[in-house]
Every structure is written in C-alpha cells, then in structure tokens.
Write a protein that binds this ligand. Structure first.
Ligand code: FES
Ligand SMILES: [Fe+2]
Length: 407
C-alpha cells in the first residue's frame, strides 16, 4: 500500500473516531441511548444443543480468520507461538523476510506434534518423534537417516500452511487450510480503527488461561455493559454506567459507555482530541475477541481476551493477555500492573464465568425457553443475528456475505 493511501485511510479512521466521540457527547447531553426496534429472543437450545454447537465449530470457528497472536509476540525471525484452537494444533512463526506464517503443528512423517512449547525462538523445528527438520517456511529440510528411510520428494512433504494475515499489530489465522475468505473483506475496515492503538509497538505483560462456560454464554458478557453495576458491584462496577453505545463494522463491534469526560473536548480543535481518549471502551473482534482499555497504576494497558470453545458445548477457555503500551519501568508499577491483571482475572472467573456456568445449567431445564436481549443490548442482538446468517451461509457465498456487510 502506498504511503499516500495509508495516510488517507488513517485520516478517515481518525475522522470516524471523532464522529463516534461527537455522537457519544450527544448521548451524554440527551441522556438517551440509541435503542433497537425490539427485544430479541434467542432459543436457549442455541447455547447447549450439540448439533448447533457442531455447526458453530464448522461454520464459524473453522471458517473465520481468528485473532491468535499479537505481532509483538513474534518480533524476531524464528520467534514462534503455538496454540490448540478447537482441536487444531497451530504453529505460528516469524520468517526471515519478516512475514508471519502459520501451519498445522503436525509432522509430515507420521503426524506428531512438532513444537510443544507455547512460545520461544528457534532456527529450525525438529520433530521430537524421529527428528525430521522443518524451516520457518514449513519446508521439510532433512529426514533423519534418509538412506535407511528411503527416498521421498521432500519438497512435497512440508507442513500444511494455514491462511494468515497481519493488521493493526495483530495476527489472524484461519483453521481451514483451504479457506479463501479475504482477511480485509472479513475485517470490513475495522482494522483501520484498531490501528490507532499502535499495538505493533506494545508489549505483552502477562497472560493466563481461565476456564469458562459455553463460549457464547461467556462472549455475551463482553458486549454487555447492562450488568456492570449489578454483577460487579463488589469489585469495580458500583459506579460504572449500565448503558452502551454500539458501533459496528460488519460483525465487529465497539462497545462504549456514554462518557461525560468527552464533554471537555467539545470546544477544542479536533486535532487536539487525544487518541487514547477516542479509543477507550471495549472493542470486540468477531467471533471471539474482546479488547478492554485500562489505565491503572501500572500504565496504559488493555486486556485482550481470546475466547475459544472447549471440548463440549458447556466448556470454553479464555486466554487473557494483558498488553501494555510500555512495560512497567520499575517494581512499583510492575506490582500495580500485576494487581490490575489479578483483579480482572478474579472478576471474569468469579463473577462473569461463575454466573455463566450456573446459568447454562439452569436453562437446560426450561423447555421452550428463549433468552432475551433488550433494546439496549444491540451488541448481543447483532452478534446472535450474524451467527445465524453465517451458519446458513455456504462456503461459496461467504466472501459475498462479508462484502455486503462491509458497505
Ligand atoms: S512423526 Fe515426526 S519425525 Fe516421525
Ligand atoms: Fe462482566
């Protein structure tokens, strides 16, 4: 992309941020949020029916680009990260040309998982079973005791590559090796907004994994501010707003609350509106990411939650990544960042997910039950509508579906 085009995209994204802030100011003044047409009903079976869950795995998690890593996790040549995503072992690595690559983490000899560490840096990948060796491009470079093994065409026995793309300091991988869904079409321009975080230059402070309920029971909570002063009253929520303003780029949604602090910007020239104030709120990336901003004692940071379905409809796990603009420069700020992260982990595990685990047990016993998303819960409404559309969409129509959403 030429620099001129890049700059104009950047300007138009900033303009969108300003317009959203102006809308937020109007909402604050009018004391009236936008509402959807009607309350939405979703069959409770969608949260526990095995066939429905299978469709979600096949038609959503296998077909959508999934944000699996931050660019800063793969900074140098040979830096790698592995993950198990919906049963698929994924290996990501930065090659010598600076490109991020992804493969199924499985050897071409008899399929062993090649890299077992979560992350690190390697010049080559050597399979632990019989020592076949692969390079960063996934090419098979040597076969152990080749004369004994017999002759094979090494060039056709590399690792299976997965579609991968890098935007806004984040890396998306698609689990279906044959997927042709274009990443930019999928993102609907959302990455140009996310670019304003400048994540490529941030650092991962820490990460941990939290077990949770059905992935949608868990994810519903990330688009919902309605519950903040209620469920979280004993932790951070007692003075939090319960209202939300939703903005969407295709299925990707920003969730912000009416923010009286923005009123201070109103009379200043727009060039002076600080980017971090324009970026605060929760940014979700369909189908499974939430980015929530914090400015605690440890410095400016975001909690990037990656939700993944578990082995059954009733299970999920969330990788919580605490990502910071700069790592805390001293022990005191390190401790403050740690405390902030510990609180977030506690809130999600003991409040959100504990509620979700109990809720999903209860709804199974209510025949015909439908869960409700209010006129104030546009995020959940859009999310569940889009899931239904995607599940009904054949592979051949996928690209067109996103093209239509992006306009
Ligand atoms: S399975 Fe990898 S070398 Fe045999
Ligand atoms: Fe919550």
């Amino acid at each position: 992309m030429s620099e001129a085009v890049d700059r104009s995209k950047d300007q138009s994204a900033r303009q969108q941020l300003i317009e959203m802030a102006r809308h937020n100011i109007r909402v604050v003044k009018a004391k009236q949020i936008d509402q959807t047409e009607d309350v939405m009903r979703v069959p409770a079976t969608h949260y526990y029916d095995q066939a429905r869950w299978r469709q979600e795995m096949d038609r959503i998690f296998r077909r959508m680009p999934l944000m699996l890593a931050m660019s800063c996790e793969l900074k140098e040549t040979g830096a790698f990260k592995t993950m198990d995503v919906c049963g698929v072992p994924v290996l990501m690595v930065r090659d010598a040309d600076g490109e991020a690559r992804a493969f199924i983490n499985s050897c071409s000899h008899r399929g062993a998982v090649i890299v077992t560490e979560r992350s690190g840096k390697k010049g080559r990948f050597t399979c632990p079973y019989h020592a076949w060796v692969y390079d960063h491009s996934g090419a098979l470079v040597s076969v152990y005791e080749e004369e004994d093994f017999g002759c094979i065409d090494k060039s056709s026995h590399g690792l299976t590559p997965l579609p991968i793309g890098e935007r806004a300091g984040m890396i998306w991988v698609t689990l279906d090796p044959q997927s042709s869904l274009d990443l930019d079409t999928f993102l609907c321009g959302y990455d140009e907004l996310l670019e304003h975080f400048d994540f490529a230059n941030w650092e991962v402070f820490d990460h941990r994994t939290v077990a949770g309920p059905n992935w949608k029971v868990a994810y519903d909570g990330y688009m919902d501010l309605y519950h903040l002063p209620i469920l979280h009253k004993n932790t951070f929520g007692s003075s939090m707003p319960n209202q939300a303003i939703y903005n969407a780029w295709g299925p990707h949604q920003r969730v912000s609350s009416p923010n009286p602090l923005l009123l201070e910007l109103e009379d200043k020239p727009e060039e002076e509106w600080p980017t971090d104030a324009l970026m605060s709120s929760v940014w979700t990336i369909f189908p499974h990411i939430s980015i929530a901003s914090f400015d605690g004692g440890g410095g400016r940071g975001v909690m990037i939650s990656q939700l993944f379905p578990g082995d059954t409809p009733a299970q999920s796990f969330t990788v919580q990544n605490y990502v910071m603009e700069t790592l805390p420069p001293n022990d005191e700020m390190h401790e403050a960042a740690n405390e902030q992260f510990k609180l977030l982990e506690y809130v999600v595990e003991q409040e959100d997910y504990a509620t979700g685990i109990a809720l999903q047990r209860a709804i199974k016993h209510r025949p015909g039950f439908e869960v409700l998303f209010g006129r104030n819960e546009e995020g959940g409404q859009r999310f569940h509508s889009f899931l239904d559309e995607l599940i009904a969409c054949d592979d051949a129509d996928l690209q067109a579906l996103f093209e239509a959403k992006g306009h």
